[in-house]
Design a protein around this ligand. Structure first.
Ligand code: ADP
Ligand code: MG
Length: 245
């Protein structure tokens, strides 16, 4: 693999639901160890993009390559074992399992681990994401913020090479946000690519080196966070919504 080879590459990916276009010939590249933000109005196709990368949704056209190899025919579980992890905008834990058990399941889903290795990974992620005190609570009894935190933790527990975060920061206080940005930075330092969809733009700009703006499944702008957020077309697609930049 050369230095320029992307960890994840989308080539001309298109997807429509009836008359709605969620991806319009999208070509994107993500490198190991880089943190990228994705912004765009509701319905832009951000979650659908993650679904096509993780294998939950099949593109109509184009290719998704991980480590130079097409993953289009691989199911989500296989892609997860290869190192592709996504979180869901609406958290999806196993409600009746404890937080720790949820992390164990995720750790085993991410790769072939011995019992001890699984426990070690789950315990480390518990600590890293500030969930230690909730370790033995059923996931179904967590409040929204802790559920968001668990969603992030479940992604991390699969020990991904690329982590796709779908709006994990909504509703966080400033200190919680700072802690989240810190976690993302630690993960990045382990050469993981982090792709983060978020409406809380001021948090994103602290955490990412590049921002991609999507609208109607199209790439509107891509590059330096401040430049992208100052781009007139980007402002236009938000229709005067204060994006907090
Ligand atoms: N499975 C589906 N069937 C039909 N329409 C869908 C489906 N998934 C998403 N959509 C529609 O596609 C559009 C883009 O959705 P989404 O990718 O969730 O956008 P975003 O995450 O940027 O808000 C929305 O209008 C949504 O209603
Ligand atoms: Mg979404």
């Amino acid at each position: 693999m050369t230095a320029e080879a992307a960890l994840l590459e989308l080539a001309g990916v298109s997807k429509r639901f009836g008359r709605i276009t969620v991806a319009d010939s999208l070509s994107l590249r993500f490198q190991a160890g880089e943190t990228v933000g994705i912004v765009g109005p509701n319905g832009a196709g951000k979650s659908s993009l993650f679904a096509m990368i993780a294998g939950d949704l099949k593109p109509d056209a184009g290719d998704v390559r991980f480590d130079g190899r097409s993953v289009l025919r691989l199911d989500p579980a296989t892609r997860c074992r290869m190192g592709i992890a996504r979180t869901y905008q609406v958290p999806r834990p196993f409600e009746n399992m404890t937080v720790f058990e949820n992390l164990l399941v995720a750790a085993y889903r991410g790769g072939q681990l011995s019992r001890l290795q699984g426990y070690t990974v789950a315990a480390r992620i518990l600590e890293e994401t500030g969930l230690s005190e909730d370790a033995n609570r059923p996931a179904g009894r967590l409040g929204l913020l802790q559920r968001k935190r668990l969603e992030l933790a479940r992604g991390l527990a699969t020990q991904p090479r690329i982590l796709l975060l779908d709006e994990v920061a909504g509703g966080l206080t400033d200190p919680e946000m700072a802690a989240l940005v810190e976690i993302v930075e630690q993960v990045r330092q382990r050469s993981v690519a982090v792709v983060w969809v978020e409406h809380v733009v001021h948090a994103l700009t602290r955490a990412v080196s590049r921002i991609i703006c999507l609208a109607g499944g199209r790439l509107i702008a891509e590059g330096d966070p401040q430049e992208v957020l100052a781009n007139p077309e980007v402002k236009e697609v938000y229709l005067g919504v204060d994006i907090g930049a």
